[in-house]
Design a protein around this ligand. Sequence first.
Ligand code: ATP
Length: 290
Amino acid sequence: YVQMLIDPVDRIVSILDEIQLGAASLARLLGVAQVPDDREVSGREPVGEQIAADDVRFSYVEGRDVLHGVDLTVGVGERIAMVGPSGAGKSTLGRLLAGIHPPRTGAVTVGGVGLTELPLDDLRGHVALVTQEHHVFVGSVRENLVLARPGSTDDDVRGALDAVDALDWVDALPEGLDTEVGSGGRAVTAAQAQQIALARLVLADPHTLVLDEATSLIDPRAARHLERSLAAVLEGRTVIAIAHRLFSAHDADRVAVVEDGRIAELGSHDELVAAGGSYAALWDSWHGRG
Ligand code: ATP
């Protein structure tokens, strides 16, 4: 009896640990802010899905702004690439556009409503952040996905897995959707963990994705496979991609060059190359190396 009691308790404790550790990551993944102090749900409904930053300033440390008044309006369905030197503020701006941090002053809005005015559950249907951190939680594959949308049916879950090309290997697991993953559960590869995270996004179904592309720790073959999964997730959505690698930028509708916490240049790849500014210089030097 004692053993029967202790085991589940141990397990619950370890799951709680994981969930607490994971909550911040999950919030980030789903583009949900961690209930910032100044969140004031207004009840206003966004009209449309246009994301806009209006004179956004932000600091991590009081008195030291890292964003110095950013204005940016992202068209619905548009693909914007953010480029710029390390430390310029790209990831910070991305997190603000996804509602992870509230601006110190100014506003980030979706359909005219401040992201901080929206209930957290609504926010995740509008905009989410995608990073390469692995977000697999202790629990079954199914549980890992339905976190994004409680009440999802097995058909929804299987559809999401199929969309990211993960259904075959999940079906091949000993217990399919019921297979336990996460620490203590079955080991999944880094690429499979990413696919679980991407399938979770498909279920959350946000209109806009902020993609913070990081250097990949995944082997090249898995990376190519994942790129297909990611492309399926991006399809049909507005995408703001932080391009740490420049080559992602020239496919975008517009490129925003972030320098010293400001948008220094904004336009299509061709426009910015023709303008001969810092993007043109970046492009030249990258191309030259290529
Ligand atoms: P990179 O291309 O190197 O990722 P970035 O353009 O994305 O750079 P950010 O990561 O947004 O730049 O950083 C902008 C500034 O904010 C930098 O000076 C950085 O040191 C600072 N910063 C970023 N994250 C934090 C944090 N969590 N706490 C304090 N300062 C931070």
